[in-house]
Design a protein around this ligand. Structure first.
Ligand SMILES: N[C@@H](CCC(=O)N[C@@H](CS)C(=O)NCC(=O)O)C(=O)O
Length: 487
C-alpha cells in the first residue's frame, strides 16, 4: 500500500515493512492526525514558551529505526505549557548518518500515542525533502534545510517547537524571533541520594561572559558565595565554526589561556566547542548548543542548560556549601511579585531586545520595540519609588533585569536597534544599574569587552563587517543615588 501525502513524500506499508501499519489505523498521516485531534479536549491556553521536562521512561520512549543511510529516532517527552495544561508530545528526530552530511532535524510535536505508532512505522523521508502539512496548519520540516528552516505552527491541539542550531535561525515566517526552549532540565538537589546531589567541586558552569543568560548564573555564584564550590569557564566571545564538517557557527573554547583574555580552554573534556560538550552528553544532540551549561563532571553530562532554573538551584540547593547561605533571592513572601515582574521583564525586556534585533520584518520589530519601551517605562516608574524592582530587597528579579540593562546602551541600542531611549536617559534605571553593578562581586561578571565583541562580531546578518562601534564606555562605578531608599 502506498499513499502520497501532498506532493512531498509518501507513506508505504506492506507486510515486508519492519513496522507494518495496523488494521484500523487511518490510511494516511493526515487522517491519523485529524482523527486524533478531533477527539482531543478543548485546547489549553496557548503559551509562547514551553518548558520541556523529562518523564520517567515509558515504553514509547526511545524508538528508532534505520533504513539505508537514515535513522529516525522518536522519543517521548512531556511538554508543559503551564500548570493547567499538559500536552503529550514526542520529540521527533531524523538523523542522516551515512552518505550525507550529518544533519539533524528535531521537533517536538504533541501527538497522541496512536499517531506516534504511525510515525514509528513511516518509511524514512528523502534527505532532500521531508515535510508534510496537516490540515494546513501543522507543518513539520526537517532534512537538509531543517536546521535552518524548521517552521512551526499549531493546530488547536498540537504544538510544534522548533529546534534550530543558532538563535539567528529562530525566526518564524512572520519575521518574528521565536526562541526555542532549553532541552536539559534536570536539577541538582541538596538531597545526597539524588542523581545530581549538591556536592562541592562536582559541577562546572560553562558560560560566555557575553551572554546575559549565563551572566545571571555568574551573578549568583558571586552573590551566594559559591564560586569556590562551582568553578566556571568562559568561551571566546565571537562565534566560530564548531566543526570542520559543517558550517555551524557557535561558541568555541580558545586553544590556550593566552588566546583571549577571560576565555579558557575546556579544563575537563578538552572540548573545542560548546557543541562538543552537548554531543558528549547526548551524541545525537541537534538543538542549539547554548550557554549556560551546568555540567556534571562525575557523570559527564549536562545537568541543565536553562538559566532561570540554574539560578533557582544555586539559590536553594547549595546552601550547605555556600559562603552566603542566608541570602534568599526568591523568598516566599516575594515569590508572587517576583514571578509577575519576571514574566514582564523576560518577554518584553530580556527576550524583547532579541526580538527587536532578530526581527526580519518591520511589523514584528515595531511590536517588540513598543513592548520593550512600555516595560522599561514601567520599571522606571517602579524604581522611582523603591530601591529594587520588587521592593527594598534585592531579589532574583533584579539580577534578571540587570543583565539586560548593563548591555543595553553598549550593544542593544545600536546592534538590536533599541535606540528610542537609552538606559542612561532614564534616571532611575541608570542609577539602579550602577547600584547592582557595584554589589560585591557583580562587576567581575561583566566583561564589556566580550559583550561588545560577541554581539557586533557574531551576527553577520545584522552587522556584516563586524565593526565594533566606539562608544559609549559608561562608568558604572560612578556614584548613584539609590541609597535614598535605604537598605
Ligand atoms: N533559555 C536559555 C537561553 C540561553 C541562550 O540562548 N544562550 C545564547 C547566548 S546569549 C546562546 O548560547 N546561543 C547560542 C546560539 O545562538 O547558537 C537560558 O536562559 O539559559
Amino acid at each position: 500500500m502506498t499513499m502520497t501525502l501532498k506532493t512531498s513524500w509518501s507513506i508505504a506499508a506492506s507486510s515486508a515493512s519492519p513496522l507494518p501499519l495496523r488494521r484500523g489505523e487511518a490510511a494516511s498521516l493526515r487522517a491519523f492526525v485529524n482523527e486524533n485531534t478531533q477527539k482531543q479536549p478543548p485546547p489549553p491556553p496557548r503559551r509562547r514558551c514551553f518548558q520541556v521536562t523529562h518523564r520517567p521512561p515509558s515504553p514509547l520512549a526511545h524508538k528508532s529505526a534505520t533504513r539505508g543511510n537514515q535513522r529516525i529516532i522518536l522519543r517521548r517527552r512531556e511538554v508543559r505549557g503551564n500548570e493547567s495544561s499538559h500536552l503529550p508530545a514526542f520529540l521527533f528526530k531524523v538523523h542522516y548518518s551515512r552518505g550525507y552530511p550529518t544533519v539533524d532535524g528535531t521537533l517536538l510535536i504533541s501527538f497522541t500515542a496512536k499517531v506516534w505508532r504511525m510515525l514509528a512505522r513511516l518509511p524514512l523521508p528523502q534527505p532532500s525533502r521531508f515535510a508534510f502539512t496537516c490540515r494546513g496548519r501543522l507543518r513539520l520540516a526537517t532534512a537538509t534545510a531543517a536546521a535552518r528552516t524548521l517552521s512551526t505552527a499549531a493546530t488547536t491541539t498540537t504544538k510544534a517547537v522548533k529546534m534550530a542550531r543558532t538563535a539567528l535561525d529562530e525566526v518564524a515566517e512572520t519575521g518574528a524571533f521565536d526562541r526555542s526552549p532549553s532541552t536539559f532540565r534536570s536539577s541538582v538537589s541538596r538531597d545526597s541520594s539524588a542523581r545530581f546531589p549538591a556536592v562541592p567541586g562536582r559541577y562546572h558552569l560553562y558560560v560566555s561572559f557575553a551572554c546575559p543568560w549565563a551572566s545571571r548564573c555568574l551573578a549568583y555564584l558571586k552573590l551566594k558565595g559559591l564560586d569556590r564550590a562551582i568553578a566556571f569557564t568562559s568561551v571566546k566571545p565571537i562565534f566560530e565554526r564548531t566543526k570542520e564538517t559543517d558550517d555551524h557557527m557557535g561558541w568555541v573554547f580558545p586553544a590556550t589561556g593566552d588566546e583571549e583574555p577571560g576565555a579558557e580552554p575546556d579544563p575537563f573534556n578538552g572540548a573545542k566547542s560548546v557543541r562538543e560538550l552537548y554531543e558528549i552528553a547526548s551524541p545525537n544532540y541537534s538543538g542549539k548548543p547554548t550557554v549556560p551549561v551546568l555540567w556534571d563532571k562525575h557523570l559527564k553530562t549536562v545537568v541543565n542548560n536553562e538559566s532561570s532554573e540554574i539560578i533557582r538551584m544555586l539559590n536553594t540547593e547549595f546552601n550547605e556549601i555556600a559562603d552566603n547561605p542566608g541570602l534568599d533571592l526568591y523568598p516566599p513572601h516575594l515569590q508572587a511579585s517576583i514571578d509577575e515582574i519576571n514574566e514582564i521583564v523576560y518577554d518584553a525586556i530580556n527576550n524583547g531586545v532579541y526580538k527587536c534585533g532578530f526581527a526580519k520584518k518591520q511589523g514584528p520589530y515595531d511590536e517588540a520595540v513598543t513592548k520593550l519601551y512600555e516595560a522599561l517605562d514601567r520599571c522606571e516608574e517602579i524604581l522611582s519609588k523603591q530601591r529594587y524592582i520588587c521592593g527594598n530587597q534585592l531579589t532574583e528579579a533584579d539580577v534578571r533585569l540587570f543583565v539586560t540593562l548593563i548591555r543595553f546602551d553598549e550593544v542593544y541600542a545600536v546592534h538590536f536597534k533599541c535606540n528610542k531611549k537609552l538606559i542612561r536617559e532614564y534616571p532611575n534605571l541608570f542609577n539602579y544599574t550602577k547600584d547592582i553593578y557595584q554589589l560585591p562581586g557583580i562587576s567581575s561578571t561583566v566583561n564589556m569587552e566580550h559583550i561588545r565583541k560577541h554581539y557586533y562580531g557574531s551576527h553577520p546578518s545584522i552587522n556584516p563587517l563586524g565593526i565594533i562601534p566606539a562608544g559609549p564606555n559608561i562608568d558604572y562605578n560612578a556614584p548613584h543615588d539609590r541609597q535614598m531608599f535605604g537598605a
